[in-house]
Design a protein around this ligand. Structure first.
Ligand code: B3K
Ligand code: ZN
Length: 879
């Protein structure tokens, strides 16, 4: 496999003005006929180039130029390339190919999923359908004809508007679709199947009425309401917040079972993983409801940030993904609880993204090379990319940011552009210089801020000294300083102090002048605040204003003050996490020395206060009571002793539960409610706190709490509470767990999404013997290795979220993962390379683990027929 470089980008030599496709979908194979109106690109330097089209795994039947069929000597094929040497300046190319969607297990291109045909073309799947210029800067107007058996495939969909339907002989029928908006091939979609539909309407700001349709299997018709509501909310929100209106008369969503990721934003025909569209209280957890809302919105928002304005090349992926994640995060924040959403996003960033940035696959949000683009749909491109857009938002403020996004959409509507074009629009609209800020696009690694504060009582001044650095990443030894927005406040005894900065220009200030955003630009920089009457506690990186690691030497009492009274929800939560982290570190030391774990009384008291304070948002209390996750701890404590961390954390949780037994119990009762389920912030918060309390109480191993869990498991009407109870029971010593698992299976065996949760709960069980359970479940009739959701639920959850069992000291967890990766390498390379990620982090662990992990990676690398996906990840991780 070869490496592709951003610096090698050239404009396309040909353009495709229009694309007509005709599909004859059959049971053994399908025929694709295309007519492409091609012409040489006037902007290309090479005006005599041969035509080179992409194509993979296609059976070529015939080729014709302007109606004349080409002889075998007029074209040649090598690798993914079809070359036609002599072509005129403009011409029509007719091409016929045969493909086998039934045998396509990669779930890329055209494939079958539970009896229906569907497509996934991003990034480079269209070349598995027909020969084409499969690159995002070639945009074309598509007309699509679909012919299929009417009884098996009554619904035939593609992008744009339905312009014709026709009955054909032999039980066939046909539909014709036309998409007026030029688009790259990666946004093409086709669906054919037996589908039921839920319909609604949306009237846009300018008064146009849009038909909204969600297509699902008939049995799922009762699970579409939440997605439909989320779609309408997203459409309204994009009008209000970004001034973006929907542009066609129809918007379709289709749910499919077998899908490599969450969903896909194909123009007017979004295709969704069932897990990201179906929801009802009995089968879906609160997290599931929120995911549906977020993903529906995300794909919808792509209509502007992605489709109307698309990417020039795949190195610019974050242009659409980072921006769209930022947009969907703000939307979810507006629909629910802003602080909770922020804490969840920061948690993901600090665990998965920071780990990626510190690992062998580290890359900037705009990578400069790749072997397989599918490997770059990463937390870095998406989530860190969103943080970069958020920082621009912070530096510009909401009004100028909106001016910038308006300019961006207006300037580039209908174009395929770069991250640079986005930044330029933001600069042009705001007049704010983002020159140094651009380093965020080109440099990988998580910057580190080391901050210290000095109070001068005499001068009544407070000085913050900020040092920034960024560790080396593969291919980038030295980094230039970043432009980092550092939001802060200074907290005194009675609250936030007024801020007067000496000799520097902050970017933003709050109305009362007690909060501001410092622009940190140098490797070392000091900021002096005057008229400070008492020694303050700095509240730093408010709202997590930059994706950095922050180090400030807070005392316990300072952290307690922040945890009790900071007005910034994120900082408040973060203080609780830092206190928890300190306790876990002490517990690790205590256990290693054979001593008892006994946390600081003040810390326990602060937790007690939280539990008793009914004025607080329950969701925040729940978040603050949860100790930093093992995944986060693995980012902080090096080398990572998985078992040591796990035992210390569990021991500490148990001590906390013992100390807070009465309060937790009271809190549980207070949060119980029999009102009708709603996925709103208030109820979600209450369930979250209730289940956090129960999870702690379960550690006490007392019959009364086990009984409580059993009661919750048996009686609750919603999946959030039932699944939480099942999880705690499965992780307990209770004899009831086998029965619970069996009951649960029996009740939900016909709901694949629920059964995935059943697999996941078992795969994540912390008790010994889980690997054997997982291995056993691999041959359960409900498991299917060709279905990515099942692979993620069982294998992915075990290897990625069950540290103690995956990192078994005998290496059996590593061996298991390598075995599965080798199987999936053949059927579904994208899923295989994703799954491999936990092994690639081998360098962080203790020497014995390192050796075992590396041996498994070497075994994978030795496989003779590695896909480019797996090859890239495994070879880079061993470098
Ligand atoms: N754009 C798609 C992701 C495609 C992944 C291709 N391997 C979904 C999204 O981000 O909205
Ligand atoms: Zn996206």
């Amino acid at each position: 496999p070869s490496t592709i470089y951003l610096s090698d980008y050239r404009v396309p030599e040909f353009l495709i003005d229009s694309t007509s496709l005709s599909f004859e979908l059959g049971e053994a194979s399908s025929i694709v006929r295309s007519v492409l109106e091609l012409r040489r690109n006037p902007e290309s330097d090479i005006q005599d180039a041969p035509l080179q089209l992409h194509g993979t795994e296609l059976e070529l039947i015939s080729l014709a130029i302007d109606g004349r069929r080409l002889g075998d000597d007029e074209w040649s094929q090598s690798g993914e390339q079809l070359t036609i040497a002599n072509v005129p300046a403009s011409f029509s190319l007719r091409c016929e190919t045969r493909i086998r969607p039934q045998d396509n297990t990669s779930l890329e291109g055209l494939y079958k999923s539970s009896g229906m045909f569907c497509t996934q073309c991003e990034a480079e799947g269209f070349r598995k359908i027909t020969y084409y210029l499969d690159r995002p800067d070639v945009m074309s107007v598509f007309t699509v004809e679909i012919i299929a058996d009417q009884s098996r495939y009554p619904v035939l969909l593609s992008n744009g508007n339905l312009v014709a339907t026709e009955q054909l002989p032999d039980g066939l029928h046909k539909t014709v679709w036309q998409d007026p908006f030029p688009k790259p091939a990666y946004l093409f979609a086709l669906v054919a199947g037996k589908l039921s539909v839920v319909e609604d309407q949306f009237v846009t700001l300018s008064g146009r009425s849009v038909d909204l349709k969600i297509y699902v299997e008939e049995k799922d018709l009762d699970k579409c309401d939440h997605a439909m509501l989320s779609l309408k909310n997203a459409m309204r929100w994009d009008e209000e917040v970004y001034g973006r209106e929907y542009d066609l008369d129809i918007f379709n969503i289709v749910a499919v079972d077998d899908f490599n990721m969450g969903a896909m934003e194909n123009k007017s025909l979004n295709i969704f993983n069932t897990s990201c569209v179906l929801a009802k209280p009995e089968t879906t957890t609160d997290a599931g409801f929120q995911r549906v809302e977020g993903v529906v919105a995300h794909e919808y928002f792509h209509n502007w940030s992605g489709n109307r304005v698309t990417c020039r090349d795949w190195f610019q992926l974050s242009l659409k993904e980072g921006f769209t994640v930022f947009r969907d995060a703000e939307f979810s924040s507006d629909m629910g609880s802003p602080t909770v959403k922020r804490v969840e996003d920061v948690t993901l960033l600090r665990t998965a993204q920071f780990a990626e940035d510190a690992g062998p696959m580290a890359h900037p949000i705009r990578p400069d090379s790749f072997i397989e683009i599918s490997n770059f749909y990463t937390v870095t491109v998406y989530e860190k990319g969103a943080e970069v857009v958020r920082m621009i938002h912070t530096l510009l403020g909401p009004e100028l940011f909106r001016k910038g996004s308006d300019l961006y959409f207006e300037r580039h509507d209908g174009q395929a552009v770069t991250c640079e074009d986005f930044v330029l629009a933001m600069e042009d609209a705001s007049g704010i210089d983002l020159k140094q800020f651009r380093n965020w696009y080109s440099q990988a690694g998580t910057p580190r801020l080391d901050i210290s504060g000095r109070y001068d009582a005499q001068a009544q001044s407070y000085t913050l000294t900020v040092k920034q650095s960024c560790p080396a990443t593969p291919g980038q030894a030295e980094k230039a300083p970043f432009h980092i927005p550092l939001a802060l406040a200074l907290i005194g005894e009675a609250g936030q102090l007024p801020l007067q900065l000496v000799d520097a220009e902050p970017n933003t200030e709050t109305a009362d002048n007690t909060e501001l955003v410092l622009s940190v630009r140098q490797s070392e920089q000091s900021f002096v605040f005057s008229n400070i009457q008492e020694e303050p506690v700095p509240s730093l990186l408010r709202g997590f204003s930059a994706p950095v690691k922050l180090d400030f030497d807070y005392s316990r009492d300072q952290l307690l003050r922040l945890m009790r009274s900071d007005s910034d929800g994120f900082c408040r939560w973060d203080a609780s996490q830092q206190l928890g982290l300190a306790e876990i570190k002490r517990a690790i030391t205590a256990i290693a020395a054979g001593q008892e774990v006994c946390p600081d009384v003040e810390y326990i008291n602060a937790c007690r206060e939280l539990l008793g304070d009914t004025s607080l948002d329950a969701a925040m209390v729940a978040l603050m009571l949860q100790l930093p996750s093992e995944a986060y701890l693995a980012e902080i404590i090096h080398p990572v002793d998985v078992h040591g961390i796990h035992h210390a954390r569990e021991a500490l949780r148990k001590v906390l539960a013992t100390a807070l037994r009465e309060e937790l119990s009271a809190c549980y009762s207070r949060c119980e409610s029999d009102e009708e389920y709603a996925a709103n912030a208030e109820q979600i918060a209450r369930r979250s706190l209730k289940n956090t309390a129960l999870s702690l109480l379960m550690l006490l191993n007392e019959e009364q709490f086990t009984a409580l869990a059993i009661k919750q498991f048996e009686n609750s009407g919603n999946m959030t509470d039932r699944l939480a109870a099942l999880t705690y029971l499965v992780n307990s010593e209770s004899n009831y767990k086998a029965k619970a698992l069996q009951l649960f299976y029996q009740q939900w065996q016909h709901e694949p999404l629920v059964i995935n949760q059943w697999f996941q709960v078992q795969a994540m069980c912390r008790l010994a013997g889980t690997l054997e359970t997982v291995q056993g479940l691999m041959s359960h009739p409900a498991f299917d290795i060709r279905n990515p959701n099942k692979v993620r639920a069982l294998i992915g959850a075990f290897c990625g979220q069950n540290g103690v069992n995956f990192h078994r000291e005998d290496g059996a967890g590593y061996r298991f993962l390598a075995d599965q990766v080798l199987v999936l390498n053949r059927s579904n390379p994208q899923i295989a390379s994703r799954l491999l990620v936990p092994l690639t982090k081998w360098r962080k662990y203790l020497p014995a683990a390192q050796q075992l992990m590396r041996a498994e990676l070497q075994r994978v690398l030795a496989e003779p027929e590695l896909s480019s996906d797996v090859y890239e990840v495994v070879s880079k991780s061993l470098q």
